[in-house]
Write a protein that binds this ligand. Structure first.
Ligand SMILES: [Mg+2]
Length: 232
């Protein structure tokens, strides 16, 4: 029997907003705009691959509290350039500012996102819980036409806690005047969205578009965002 949910909490990056596609487009623009080929980067693919590797390492260090946001921002592109033999801290910082100013303005969403949210909006109150930075997440929502659907937008920066920390979920629930019992969390990350929701006894929908294998016990699992219409 379906549970009577009243609130749906969504993750943003890689759940609704197609982070990898949008980031890829931004990196391609950087490659051209800063003429990285002339600086020793053979092509955009190797640039993108190295950036993803280094950026993942930096985010991991940030999540563990070993790196501050400012350091992450200065280091990631500077180290990518250094890998290709270009040692230029100022350029690394300029590229980072370019990336942060361009990327959130990208508008690629997963297929069916707007239609599905439109359908769900007549039945549920909807909210966002995201681990992204306050300054960029609101631009993404607004530029991609998502703002209208959401009541509470809780960023980890505002909550001063990151998923799966229960604190960010509890603050979002309180602002939404919701409870874990009448809410469900939709997200693509087992370690943050799903385990965080489970930790406060909130049901979960695991968005798993690449059919990643796992042993987690999730309430629901979907491959397409449009599948939400059949389970909620
Ligand atoms: Mg995500």
């Amino acid at each position: 029997m379906k549970k009577a949910y009243r609130h749906i909490f969504f993750d943003l990056d890689r759940t609704l907003w197609d982070f990898d596609k949008n980031s890829g487009e931004s990196l391609a623009e950087i490659f051209d705009h800063f003429n990285l080929k002339s600086l020793g980067v053979e092509n955009c693919d190797v640039f993108r691959t190295k950036y993803i590797e280094i950026n993942d390492q930096k985010w991991d260090a940030y999540r563990r509290g070993r790196l501050r946001k400012k350091e992450l921002r200065i280091q990631r592109f500077t180290e990518v350039l250094a890998h290709f033999g270009c040692h230029d801290l100022a350029l690394g910082s300029r590229i980072d500012r370019f990336y942060v100013s361009v990327s959130p303005h990208k508008t690629a969403l997963f297929p069916g996102t707007l239609e599905t949210l439109d359908y769900l909006s007549s039945k549920y109150k909807m909210h966002i819980i995201t681990n992204g930075f306050e300054e960029v997440q609101h631009i993404k929502l607004s530029k991609s036409g998502l703002t209208q659907f959401f009541d509470v937008v809780m960023t980890s920066e505002r909550a001063m806690a990151r998923k799966p920390d229960p604190a960010v979920f509890k603050l979002a629930l309180a602002e939404a005047k919701a409870s874990a019992a009448n809410s469900v969390m939709v997200g693509d990350d087992l370690g943050t969205d799903i385990s965080g929701a489970r930790g406060i006894w909130m049901d979960q929908v695991y968005f798993n578009p690449h059919k990643a294998r796992h042993n987690d016990d999730v309430t629901y699992e979907i491959e397409r965002i449009a599948d939400l219409k059949t389970i909620l």
